[in-house]
Design a protein around this ligand. Sequence first.
Ligand SMILES: [Zn+2]
Ligand SMILES: [Zn+2]
Length: 455
Amino acid sequence: MVIYASAFANCYGINSIICHATTPPEIDEGAFTGVPKANFSVEVPEQALVAYQTAPGWRDFARIVAHRDFSISRRLCRTLGKAEMKSLDLRAPSGAAWSVESKPDWLTVSPMSGTGRARVRITTTDIPSGAGSRSGEIVFLLDGKDYRATTTVEQYETYKEGEVINVQDHSKGRGIDLVFMGDCYDAKDIYEGKYMEDINQAIEHFFSIEPYKTYKDYFDVNIVVGCSQDSGAGDASVLREARFGTQYTLSEGQTPDIDLCLEYAQKAQVRNLNQTHITIVQNSPDREGTTILYPSGLSISICPVSTGAYPYDFRGVVQHESGGHGFGKLADENIKHNAFIQSCGCLDGCPHIAEIEYYKLFGYYENISLSADMHQVPWSHMIFDPFYSNLVDIYEGAFYHSRGVFRSEKNSCMNNYIPYYSSISRESIVRRIMKYAGEPFSYGEFKSKDNEMNY
Ligand SMILES: [Zn+2]
Ligand SMILES: [Zn+2]
């Protein structure tokens, strides 16, 4: 094995090297040029310690020490203010004794000593009121050796896990539940206000577009607090611990832990889970959201706090995913490829006719049609209504395909994320609001409200 010239040249940021090879690999001239060789330890197998300390290239490093398999699964634990228990895994060589050398007095560690690998439970006590935050180190010592593993525990005086914050109660109808929660926010994000700020912004975006703006009084809006171990979302290469599990994985995409989402939504005392829409605001700058629709009516949208430019900004993501797909049960109208949906054999996993037909069974996807017959499209009545007729028509291209599937207007939030739902989309949303509110839907009333919205 050889470490070639320039392999790590000018890697100024290296602050740890662990080499498991029992024979020191050859180091070419210049392989570690620019690496600060006196600033950190190089860890190598114990039996090869002398070999490394004398090998050309390796001997330039100031500190070469025996690598011991002694580490803790988290080096930073951020927790909320209420007493809480966390389990960590301590890795230690089998048979080797270890003990807790020091710890803050406001938490307990169990067990305090052991042999070999162990699961260690850390239990905090309530933070004294007014303290704000506190932090301390737990130091594990491999007995008889000068070898330590450390985890820092930070505690923040803020909301409780699962706490419900009421934002709005309905003043019309019998109440329609919208539940918002955040994922990939750690205790510090919650303490510093980022959690509430982002979620309140999502709620504002949700209601800043018609028809939600006009029909806002029909909704009950609650925020539920969920604290993640890590701040920020993981992806295919970086694993992070997210309360609701919304990190991107190759096998499951962004799918959250559904059972936990429902358990948390129920903390907000929702009237009927099947008429509840859950929005998970994800602490991630991505612009791709996801929505999961159930035939029952339940829906869950994941909305990253997109840093994309208009119209693919956070507003666009919330209005497209949460208001459009989620509560509105609308379909995508954008075109990805130039193909007839009926014969498209694209292999990139894009959904086709079967999905449209499936969701239409439940009254979803009213904004698209597989028929171009003006008497059969769901917005037929609008084509023949002078109030809408110069806007509403039949446009070919929707649901990712340019041919064989139709939409009703050139532009809509479901097409290109602009702050505007097409007329049939608005009607479909208002029908659902009225149904959940227990009030009859009247097309005339919808139109007169629509008129006030100035379309
Ligand atoms: Zn979409
Ligand atoms: Zn296709």
